[in-house]
Write a protein that binds this ligand. Structure first.
Ligand SMILES: Nc1ncnc2c1ncn2[C@@H]1O[C@H](COP(=O)(O)OP(=O)(O)OP(=O)(O)O)[C@@H](O)[C@H]1O
Ligand SMILES: [Mg+2]
Length: 419
């Protein structure tokens, strides 16, 4: 790799827009600019509902990160989520090119077989976001991660295809384009957060990444190192806030502050939360009808909503035939992963190991991006870095020249997932 390359990730969430700019070399991914807390406007449950509002938030987030980094950003990897996201597993098969010496499988054969796997009948209202090769089969021998250089006549691939509503996808791209930034690739939030927090061992063993944001919960299951199922549930931390607001008869802003304070206390000391659960929570600063409320009551309101999230998740696991197949357990990311009682509630309801995932794999200005709410934004950069490191930059750019406004680059995507 010739030199450092600037890679930018933009996470457009329903609560906040975050940007991470990193200088990527073969040795390290060094964060040079961040902006993690620009309030989001115009996104509801992952969908753009007000283009101007979204553009304004993206613009503010990019500007802040650019100022810190001292660079001007022209393209970025951008996250996408929302309950329009769906996935399917697809099989592709091709004959290895007869021109190849000794029937040696070349990269072009691999690209062709991936393309063959894409020949699934998706309605025109759907756009493919990721085509991820999970397993290659050469002359009926399966379990092959990288077939390039092997000898064979028949090449097959099992892929996981993640797709979304064309309109939703186009609207996100349009918003980013309006601040004069090209979308290098869209990255499903689950894939991005997975890049940032999952270990290779967890992915191999079988793990579930659950990114709980403000309005959505993005889920992705990994088995044998690759994604096998993705779904986005239309539920998130905002529902916890509104439950608290109803319970306390407070404004949403106050309920949000109370929730965050409880979450932060738990982050500082889990044991103190346990010890203080019989105490009152002081409400005097909020000017409500009451001056204090038993902490137990707040915990009960929060737990009820968390239980609902985990009940939906559990149903989804059963529906996707994943129950019992994810021994590495659940890794929680997203801002709502910091909710008080989250880890305990997940363990009790799902009866699986649970941990909160914080982004790894980056150096530099990382103070602001160490929480689980930064996983998707940092993950978008890590995803971009993987593409950059896995390919020859010049040829990659040449191929990508016109792709800025549409999905594609399957060959590039494929290469990024090859070891
Ligand atoms: N310390 C905390 N304790 C409890 N909840 C928190 C804490 N910090 C953030 N949250 C909650 O996390 C949610 C926002 O998470 P995040 O920033 O991941 O959302 P987003 O990416 O904007 O939304 P989405 O992914 O749903 O589009 C909000 O509901 C917020 O109240
Ligand atoms: Mg999010």
């Amino acid at each position: 790799m010739p030199k450092e390359k600037i890679i930018t990730g933009i996470d457009i969430g329903s609560t906040k827009v975050a940007t991470t700019i990193a200088a990527v070399s073969e040795e390290r991914i060094s964060v040079v600019g961040v902006s993690g807390n620009i309030p989001s406007k115009g996104i509801n449950k992952g969908n753009v509902v007000d283009i101007d509002g979204v553009v304004e938030a993206i613009s503010a987030s990019i500007e802040k990160a650019e100022r810190m980094a001292g660079v001007s950003v022209s393209k970025a990897f951008v996250t996408v989520n929302g309950s329009h996201i769906e996935n399917l597993n697809s099989h592709g098969v091709v004959a290895v090119s007869p021109n190849n010496v000794d029937s040696e499988i070349a990269k072009d054969d691999v690209a062709r077989v991936i393309e063959a796997a894409q020949a699934v009948s998706l309605p025109t209202t759907r756009d493919i976001i990721h085509v991820i090769p999970r397993d290659f089969i050469v002359n009926s021998q399966d379990g092959i991660k990288d077939p390039v250089g092997m000898s064979g006549i028949r090449l097959e691939v099992e892929t996981n295809i993640i797709h979304g509503s064309s309109t939703a996808v186009k609207n996100i791209i349009r918003c980013v384009n309006q601040v004069d930034i090209d979308v290098e690739e869209l990255v499903y939030t689950g894939i991005a957060s997975g890049e940032a927090v999952l270990t290779d061992t967890e992915k191999e063993l079988g793990a579930l990444l659950v990114d709980i944001g403000g309005g959505t919960t993005s889920v992705i299951a990994f088995i044998d190192g690759s994604p096998v199922h993705s779904v986005v549930l239309p539920i998130g931390g905002k529902y916890i806030t509104s439950d608290l607001a109803i319970g306390l008869r407070s404004r949403m802003e106050d309920a949000e502050k109370i929730k965050i304070r409880l979450g932060n206390e738990a982050l500082i000391s889990k044991s103190s939360v346990e010890l203080r659960k019989d105490e009152d929570f002081d409400l005097t600063e909020f000017g409500l009808e009451i001056d204090a409320v038993p902490r137990n009551m707040l915990n009960k309101i929060i737990d009820a909503r968390l239980e609902e999230i985990f009940r939906l998740l559990s149903l989804e696991l059963t529906k996707a035939n994943l129950a019992g197949k994810l021994p590495a357990g659940i890794i929680l990311t997203g801002g709502a992963a910091s909710t008080v009682g989250m880890e305990k509630c997940a363990k009790t309801n799902l009866k699986m190991p649970v941990r909160i995932g914080s982004p790894r794999g980056v150096t530099g200005l990382i103070d602001e991006i160490q929480g689980p709410d930064s996983a998707s934004c940092v993950g978008a950069v890590l995803y971009g870095a993987k593409l950059y490191r896995g390919t020859d930059l010049l040829s990659m750019n040449a191929r990508r020249g016109d792709m800025k406004k549409k999905m594609g680059g399957i060959f590039d995507k494929l290469r990024s997932f090859l070891p």
